[in-house]
Design a protein around this ligand. Structure first.
Ligand code: HEM
Length: 348
């Protein structure tokens, strides 16, 4: 019995050795000029050894000075090219779903916040500096979002519709605008951040607000201070985190002559794409609420004032502070007393 077990043990070891033998004896494929010369003898026109050398990523010799100039083909570029496809697909889908969802919501619900009554006092909600900072950011950001979408999806979605000539012009214009408008955010983001950060502190009330997010979209708002939790999400996630990431990665891509290699630019490109799609989907909701979604919101950012009824309905805690004289924002008739002494009333 013992002998039989030994026999099978030896047999199993022999089988395993035989199976492993080809792998053990396998040599790395030949590379280098000698290997290529040899290959030419047996298979003329087969350049595999040369291309193996090129794809190895090891720098060759060149008189051109600069980062990676000796690396003819960087194989990781292929991985980056392939990774871009699913990122663009899912990112594009996210933005499309957000836009379609908002369109359906608007079709069903229409604009929210029918709260205005004639003769209301106005409150100075945004100072001129608040508004200039916001519009510098919003206009440049929107130009970047639209041109970014054309750069990403124009070839697939617009070219078949508008043809080569028009698309060529549009693509060149989009790329130029994207590259030149981007750096404006270096000023706009910090300006906006410091202008608004005071009223964007996070508290337990903000979680309560999110708990009632469906109520918000049905017109039953949880009382909030100057900004509600949804706006704070835009402030912290879209502006502070994602737009800062977009600016940094955008600069890495915009100025390739500062010593960053191809890998750094590929990483920057992928991070830029992911941040852009998430930011665009969230910003779409914000822009919708700031224009069509909530009556009176756009007027606030355009002219700086809201009616007391608007303030009471949308930001009850802030309204109470304004009434008690505890907020930095005041009733318009208290800020600049009209010559007649009459209280300023809502005009639109
Ligand atoms: C065309 C595009 C945009 C429009 C029409 C728009 C509209 C508005 C409006 C009406 C408000 C005032 C809301 C209120 O009174 O409570 C506002 C506030 C604000 N917007 Fe925009 N916006 C746009 C783009 C953007 C973008 C792209 C960002 C960020 C990247 C942004 C960030 C903010 C922030 C941070 C606030 C103040 C809320 C807070 O600080 O919590 N906006 N926007």
């Amino acid at each position: 019995m013992r002998k039989l077990a030994d026999f099978f043990g030896v047999l199993a070891a022999a089988v395993m050795l035989a199976a492993a033998a080809p792998a053990l004896s396998q040599q790395p494929p030949p590379t280098g000029p000698a290997a290529q010369a040899e290959r030419e003898m047996v298979q003329p026109g087969n350049n595999a050894p040369v291309w193996r050398d090129v794809r190895s990523g090891a720098p060759g010799y060149t008189t051109v000075q600069g980062i990676e100039t000796g690396v003819l083909v960087q194989s990781r570029g292929q991985t980056w090219r392939e990774a871009r496809v699913p990122i663009a697909f899912w990112g594009g889908l996210l933005v499309a779903v957000a836009l379609a969802g908002l369109a359906v919501f608007y079709a069903i619900r229409g604009s929210m916040g029918d709260v205005e009554k004639p003769g209301a006092r106005m409150i100075r909600r945004f100072s001129p500096a608040d508004r200039y900072a916001h519009w510098l950011l919003a206009i440049s950001w929107t130009v970047l979002a639209v041109t970014g979408l054309i750069i990403s999806f124009g070839k697939d979605l617009l070219l078949p519709v508008i043809g080569y000539t028009l698309f060529s012009w549009l693509a060149i214009l989009s790329k130029g605008l994207h590259n030149f408008v981007g750096p404006i955010l270096i000023i706009a983001v910090p300006w906006m951040f410091f202008q608004y950060v005071r009223d964007n502190g996070i508290s337990a009330a903000d979680f309560k607000w999110f708990g009632n997010i469906f109520g918000y979209f049905r017109g039953k708002e949880t009382p909030s201070k100057r900004f509600n939790a949804g706006e704070k999400l835009v402030f912290w996630v879209v502006l502070t985190i994602l737009t800062t990431i977009l600016v940094i990665t955008g600069l890495v891509l915009n100025f390739p002559n500062y010593g960053q290699g191809r890998s750094a630019m590929q990483n920057a490109s992928m991070i830029h794409m992911v941040a852009a799609y998430i930011a665009m989907a969230l910003a779409a909701v914000h822009i919708y609420l700031g224009t069509l979604g909530v009556r009176g919101a756009y007027r606030a950012m355009r002219f700086g004032e809201v009616s007391e009824h608007w303030a009471e309905h949308h930001h009850k805690l802030w309204y109470d502070e304004v009434k008690a004289g505890k907020a930095r924002q005041k009733f318009a008739d208290e800020v600049e007393k009209p010559a007649t002494g009459e209280a300023r009333t809502q005009t639109s």
